[in-house]
Design a protein around this ligand. Sequence first.
Ligand code: FES
Length: 203
Amino acid sequence: MSNLGYTEKVLDHFRNPRNPGRIEDADVTTKVGSAACGDMVQLYLKVNPDTEVIEDIKFESFGCAANIASTSATTELAKGKTLEEAKKVHFKDVVEELGGLPKHKVHCAMLATSGLKAAIMKYEAKRGKRTVDEDFVKRMMTGVLDPAKGLNIVAAKRVDRIEVEGKKVRVVLSKDLDDDTRATMAEDILSALTGLDLEVSVE
Ligand code: FES
Protein backbone atom coordinates (compact mmCIF):
# COMPACT_ATOMS: atom_id res chain seq x y z
CA MET A 1 0.00 0.00 0.00
CA SER A 2 1.14 3.54 -0.72
CA ASN A 3 -0.53 6.99 -0.95
CA LEU A 4 -3.66 7.27 1.21
CA GLY A 5 -3.75 3.51 1.58
CA TYR A 6 -4.24 2.99 -2.17
CA THR A 7 -2.42 0.22 -4.01
CA GLU A 8 -0.30 0.96 -7.08
CA LYS A 9 -3.04 -0.62 -9.18
CA VAL A 10 -5.67 1.80 -7.82
CA LEU A 11 -3.36 4.73 -8.51
CA ASP A 12 -2.68 3.45 -12.01
CA HIS A 13 -6.41 3.16 -12.83
CA PHE A 14 -6.99 6.58 -11.27
CA ARG A 15 -4.22 8.23 -13.28
CA ASN A 16 -4.87 6.32 -16.50
CA PRO A 17 -8.54 5.34 -16.42
CA ARG A 18 -9.56 2.68 -18.94
CA ASN A 19 -12.63 3.47 -21.05
CA PRO A 20 -13.31 7.01 -19.81
CA GLY A 21 -15.77 9.29 -21.62
CA ARG A 22 -19.06 8.84 -23.45
CA ILE A 23 -20.46 6.75 -26.26
CA GLU A 24 -22.61 9.11 -28.30
CA ASP A 25 -24.67 6.33 -29.91
CA ALA A 26 -24.82 4.13 -26.81
CA ASP A 27 -27.57 1.51 -26.65
CA VAL A 28 -28.03 2.28 -23.02
CA THR A 29 -26.96 4.96 -20.57
CA THR A 30 -27.47 4.94 -16.82
CA LYS A 31 -26.48 7.14 -13.96
CA VAL A 32 -26.54 5.78 -10.44
CA GLY A 33 -25.73 7.35 -7.11
CA SER A 34 -24.30 6.06 -3.88
CA ALA A 35 -26.46 6.22 -0.79
CA ALA A 36 -23.26 6.21 1.27
CA CYS A 37 -21.58 9.34 -0.08
CA GLY A 38 -23.88 10.96 -2.68
CA ASP A 39 -21.40 10.48 -5.53
CA MET A 40 -22.53 9.43 -9.00
CA VAL A 41 -21.34 7.36 -11.89
CA GLN A 42 -22.62 7.30 -15.45
CA LEU A 43 -22.13 4.37 -17.80
CA TYR A 44 -22.56 4.00 -21.55
CA LEU A 45 -22.92 0.58 -23.17
CA LYS A 46 -22.87 -0.69 -26.72
CA VAL A 47 -24.33 -4.20 -26.88
CA ASN A 48 -24.43 -6.61 -29.81
CA PRO A 49 -28.16 -7.41 -30.08
CA ASP A 50 -27.55 -10.93 -31.43
CA THR A 51 -24.80 -12.17 -29.13
CA GLU A 52 -25.58 -9.81 -26.21
CA VAL A 53 -21.86 -9.16 -25.87
CA ILE A 54 -20.87 -5.79 -24.41
CA GLU A 55 -18.81 -4.52 -27.31
CA ASP A 56 -18.04 -1.15 -25.84
CA ILE A 57 -18.42 0.49 -22.46
CA LYS A 58 -17.38 3.91 -21.21
CA PHE A 59 -17.86 5.83 -18.02
CA GLU A 60 -17.90 9.22 -16.41
CA SER A 61 -17.33 9.24 -12.67
CA PHE A 62 -18.49 12.06 -10.47
CA GLY A 63 -16.93 10.31 -7.52
CA CYS A 64 -13.66 9.99 -5.68
CA ALA A 65 -10.31 8.54 -6.80
CA ALA A 66 -11.36 5.07 -5.61
CA ASN A 67 -14.54 5.32 -7.65
CA ILE A 68 -12.68 6.39 -10.79
CA ALA A 69 -10.31 3.44 -10.34
CA SER A 70 -13.16 1.03 -9.52
CA THR A 71 -15.30 2.07 -12.46
CA SER A 72 -12.29 1.84 -14.75
CA ALA A 73 -11.64 -1.73 -13.50
CA THR A 74 -15.37 -2.56 -13.79
CA THR A 75 -15.42 -1.53 -17.45
CA GLU A 76 -12.35 -3.70 -18.10
CA LEU A 77 -14.04 -6.67 -16.42
CA ALA A 78 -17.29 -6.15 -18.34
CA LYS A 79 -16.00 -5.40 -21.83
CA GLY A 80 -16.25 -8.40 -24.16
CA LYS A 81 -18.55 -10.29 -21.78
CA THR A 82 -22.14 -11.26 -22.44
CA LEU A 83 -24.76 -9.48 -20.35
CA GLU A 84 -25.30 -12.64 -18.31
CA GLU A 85 -21.57 -12.87 -17.56
CA ALA A 86 -21.26 -9.15 -16.86
CA LYS A 87 -24.14 -9.32 -14.36
CA LYS A 88 -21.93 -11.51 -12.21
CA VAL A 89 -19.19 -8.89 -11.88
CA HIS A 90 -19.25 -8.36 -8.13
CA PHE A 91 -17.73 -5.45 -6.25
CA LYS A 92 -15.40 -7.96 -4.58
CA ASP A 93 -14.01 -8.87 -8.04
CA VAL A 94 -13.30 -5.20 -8.60
CA VAL A 95 -11.62 -4.82 -5.22
CA GLU A 96 -9.55 -7.90 -5.98
CA GLU A 97 -8.65 -6.59 -9.43
CA LEU A 98 -7.38 -3.41 -7.79
CA GLY A 99 -5.29 -5.34 -5.29
CA GLY A 100 -7.52 -4.12 -2.46
CA LEU A 101 -9.21 -0.92 -1.33
CA PRO A 102 -9.22 0.74 2.07
CA LYS A 103 -12.29 -0.45 4.02
CA HIS A 104 -13.99 2.93 3.97
CA LYS A 105 -13.64 3.00 0.17
CA VAL A 106 -15.28 -0.33 -0.63
CA HIS A 107 -18.61 1.42 -1.26
CA CYS A 108 -16.91 3.23 -4.17
CA ALA A 109 -16.46 -0.16 -5.89
CA MET A 110 -20.09 -1.00 -5.02
CA LEU A 111 -21.19 2.16 -6.80
CA ALA A 112 -19.27 1.10 -9.92
CA THR A 113 -20.78 -2.39 -10.08
CA SER A 114 -24.26 -1.16 -9.22
CA GLY A 115 -23.93 1.17 -12.23
CA LEU A 116 -23.08 -1.78 -14.44
CA LYS A 117 -26.04 -3.79 -13.12
CA ALA A 118 -28.40 -0.85 -13.58
CA ALA A 119 -27.20 -0.39 -17.17
CA ILE A 120 -27.82 -4.06 -17.91
CA MET A 121 -31.28 -3.86 -16.29
CA LYS A 122 -32.12 -0.85 -18.42
CA TYR A 123 -30.93 -2.58 -21.57
CA GLU A 124 -33.08 -5.61 -20.73
CA ALA A 125 -36.12 -3.40 -20.09
CA LYS A 126 -35.49 -1.65 -23.38
CA ARG A 127 -35.49 -4.98 -25.20
CA GLY A 128 -38.66 -6.10 -23.43
CA LYS A 129 -36.83 -8.74 -21.40
CA ARG A 130 -37.49 -7.14 -18.04
CA THR A 131 -40.70 -5.85 -16.54
CA VAL A 132 -40.70 -2.24 -15.56
CA ASP A 133 -41.91 -2.23 -11.97
CA GLU A 134 -41.54 -0.03 -8.93
CA ASP A 135 -38.15 -1.47 -7.97
CA PHE A 136 -36.80 -0.93 -11.46
CA VAL A 137 -37.94 2.71 -11.49
CA LYS A 138 -36.44 3.24 -8.04
CA ARG A 139 -33.13 1.82 -9.22
CA MET A 140 -33.02 4.11 -12.25
CA MET A 141 -33.76 7.09 -10.03
CA THR A 142 -30.73 6.61 -7.81
CA GLY A 143 -28.89 8.77 -10.36
CA VAL A 144 -31.06 11.77 -9.52
CA LEU A 145 -29.57 14.04 -6.91
CA ASP A 146 -31.20 15.96 -4.11
CA PRO A 147 -28.88 18.99 -3.96
CA ALA A 148 -30.04 19.95 -0.47
CA LYS A 149 -29.06 16.65 1.09
CA GLY A 150 -26.23 15.74 -1.28
CA LEU A 151 -27.75 12.29 -1.75
CA ASN A 152 -29.73 10.63 -4.49
CA ILE A 153 -33.47 11.27 -4.18
CA VAL A 154 -34.25 7.69 -3.16
CA ALA A 155 -31.70 7.69 -0.32
CA ALA A 156 -32.79 11.23 0.61
CA LYS A 157 -36.40 9.94 0.88
CA ARG A 158 -37.69 12.52 -1.59
CA VAL A 159 -39.87 9.99 -3.41
CA ASP A 160 -43.25 9.47 -1.75
CA ARG A 161 -44.72 7.04 -4.24
CA ILE A 162 -44.07 5.23 -7.49
CA GLU A 163 -46.95 3.76 -9.44
CA VAL A 164 -46.47 1.61 -12.52
CA GLU A 165 -49.31 0.51 -14.73
CA GLY A 166 -48.24 -0.97 -18.04
CA LYS A 167 -46.24 1.72 -19.76
CA LYS A 168 -47.44 4.46 -17.42
CA VAL A 169 -45.11 5.49 -14.62
CA ARG A 170 -46.17 8.03 -12.02
CA VAL A 171 -43.63 9.39 -9.57
CA VAL A 172 -44.87 11.42 -6.63
CA LEU A 173 -42.20 13.55 -4.97
CA SER A 174 -42.42 14.71 -1.38
CA LYS A 175 -44.55 17.78 -0.74
CA ASP A 176 -41.91 19.88 0.97
CA LEU A 177 -39.79 20.57 -2.14
CA ASP A 178 -39.68 24.04 -3.63
CA ASP A 179 -40.81 24.48 -7.24
CA ASP A 180 -37.33 24.89 -8.74
CA THR A 181 -35.94 21.78 -7.04
CA ARG A 182 -39.03 19.81 -8.02
CA ALA A 183 -38.70 20.92 -11.66
CA THR A 184 -35.01 19.97 -11.78
CA MET A 185 -35.71 16.58 -10.21
CA ALA A 186 -38.58 15.96 -12.63
CA GLU A 187 -36.31 16.71 -15.57
CA ASP A 188 -33.62 14.35 -14.22
CA ILE A 189 -36.19 11.59 -13.59
CA LEU A 190 -37.44 11.87 -17.16
CA SER A 191 -33.91 11.66 -18.46
CA ALA A 192 -33.16 8.62 -16.20
CA LEU A 193 -36.10 6.78 -17.77
CA THR A 194 -35.56 7.96 -21.29
CA GLY A 195 -35.34 5.48 -24.17
CA LEU A 196 -37.73 3.02 -22.53
CA ASP A 197 -40.92 3.89 -24.36
CA LEU A 198 -42.68 4.84 -21.13
CA GLU A 199 -45.19 7.55 -20.31
CA VAL A 200 -43.63 9.14 -17.27
CA SER A 201 -45.28 11.77 -15.11
CA VAL A 202 -43.73 13.42 -12.08
CA GLU A 203 -45.80 15.28 -9.51
FE1 FES B 1 -18.16 8.48 -3.01
FE2 FES B 1 -15.92 7.20 -3.29
S1 FES B 1 -16.46 8.46 -1.64
S2 FES B 1 -17.63 7.16 -4.58
